[in-house]
Design a protein around this ligand. Structure first.
Ligand SMILES: Cc1cc2nc3c(=O)[nH]c(=O)nc-3n(C[C@H](O)[C@H](O)[C@H](O)COP(=O)(O)OP(=O)(O)OC[C@H]3O[C@@H](n4cnc5c(N)ncnc54)[C@H](O)[C@@H]3O)c2cc1C
Length: 405
């Protein structure tokens, strides 16, 4: 039985492990943290991802843990006008799941790992860190560390799903090409109910300096919580602590929604934002998937989704290579090409564009952004094209047909 070591039990590593186990691989999943990380990060599952999770047999449970988001809005912060509302219902003839699903990434990882633990061929080892590896033409030798000491593991393949600071990527000496935004993103969590003010479950609010993204997450069940993502000023020299302090936060939320005040906030978080893609997603028998291979800003809800898509694509390639060894090299190169193209031409392009649209600074750029949104939402063909792209359906289909963006 072919053996794969998967490094990292985020949503991508969990999916990678389950997709391989379901295809008959022996899987060892190692996660350095003793518990599954539960920090507030990704929360939006796109329709193709829901489809993939169903194919793995966990879709129904994830649907039950999530919140359906059929539409998303663009608003103008200055006028509070709803500029455009896009409807994933337009995708009814394209997917079984014509909606986004709001489900926190730790719930996705938790559900998938529960299914993985039930697989006889899988071993999930929390509190276990990959510290190094070597590879030859016939296999991979990994060194892992846990409370019980250091251990050597042998496998046919190793897959780094170990996040943006990936040990696997760095050990392979693969460059992480791209840039870091000068501004940081402030994420505020609140129980304040934006639905009552006519917001959708997912919203993007345009403003030259105080744009924001607002989206609902299910939390522990009704009524749920809202996450509000704001930028710090690009030239801001304020320390992280200053950006998280009351006066700074109060200025961000001022006037956003009449009833929202500091007292409504239950969590504050600040983080640096990168747009980067690995120069290669594979070296020999070692692969990268998810944030270890590509990172992007959260506007559009694409990072976790594209990582899960990497995992499904790679599981298929490894499965095909096992059945037809002569094609292994070509299949593995195809993984690299397909997923790097998707990351660069769709996820990077869309997320960079999403940020530019929200922060359009000159009056002309702003008018153009608002006009594009109104025209796209108002025209049935453009509306559908917009949601085909936003949901990643277009990118997946084009890449499958061998077409770039
Ligand atoms: C605020 C925010 C909002 C976001 N919103 C969205 C969204 O709505 N939709 C979306 O698609 N994406 C979103 N993203 C991006 C998303 O969170 C990431 O793309 C996603 O977490 C990537 O998953 P991953 O499994 O690749 O990596 P991670 O979730 O980072 O998991 C990597 C795991 O590897 C483990 N690990 C690292 N090194 C080792 C080692 N040496 N040995 C063993 N284990 C190791 C880590 O402990 C970690 O558990 C958002 C991100 C942020 C910060």
């Amino acid at each position: 039985m072919s053996h794969c070591i998967v490094v990292g039990a985020g949503p991508v590593g969990a999916t990678m492990g389950l997709a391989l186990a379901r295809r008959g691989f022996r899987v060892t999943l190692v996660e350095q943290s003793p518990h599954l990380p539960a920090d507030p990060r990704a929360a939006t599952l796109q329709p193709p991802t829901i489809d993939m999770l169903h194919a793995l047999g966990v879709g129904r449970e994830i649907l039950a843990r999530g919140l359906l988001a059929p539409t998303f809005q663009f608003r103008d912060r200055a006028s509070d006008e709803i500029v455009a509302e896009f409807d994933y219902g337009q995708l009814a003839s394209e997917t079984n799941y014509p909606f986004a699903l709001q489900c926190e990434q730790f719930k996705v990882a938790d559900t998938v790992i529960t299914a993985l633990r039930a697989e006889a061929s899988a071993s999930v080892r929390l509190g276990t860190r990959l510290v190094g590896f070597t590879q030859s033409e016939t296999g991979v030798s990994a060194t892992i560390e846990s409370a019980s000491g250091t251990e050597a593991l042998k496998a046919d393949y190793l897959i780094g799903c170990d996040g943006g600071r990936s040990t696997v990527r760095k050990s392979l000496g693969i460059a992480f090409e791209g840039f870091t935004y000068p501004e940081r993103f402030l994420v505020l969590t609140t129980a304040h109910d934006f639905l009552q003010r006519g917001f959708a479950i997912r919203n993007y609010v345009l403003d030259p300096t105080q744009w924001c993204a607002l989206f609902k997450v299910p939390d522990q069940g009704p009524p749920g919580l809202w996450r509000c993502v704001f930028p710090t000023a690009a030239t801001d020299q304020a320390s992280d602590a200053e950006c998280l302090a009351d006066d700074y936060v109060a200025a961000q939320i001022a006037g956003l929604d009449g009833g929202l005040g500091l007292g409504d906030l239950v969590h504050r978080n600040l983080y640096a934002v990168n747009q980067r893609v690995a120069a290669s997603f594979r070296r020999g028998r070692v692969f990268l998937a998810g944030d270890s291979a590509h990172v992007n800003n959260p506007l559009g809800g694409l990072g976790m989704n594209s990582g899960i898509h990497d995992a499904m694509n790679l599981a298929d390639k490894l499965d095909q290579a096992r059945r037809d060894r002569a094609r292994a090299e070509a299949l593995f190169d195809a993984y690299d090409t397909e997923r790097a193209t998707l990351a660069r031409d769709y996820v990077q392009a869309q997320t960079i564009q999403n940020k530019k649209r929200l922060e359009a600074r000159t009056p002309e750029a702003r008018e153009a952004a608002l006009a594009e949104l109104r025209a796209s939402a108002g025209d049935p063909a453009r509306h559908k094209a917009w949601v085909m792209r936003a949901s990643l359906i277009e990118g997946l289909r084009n890449i499958a047909r061998g077409e770039a963006a």
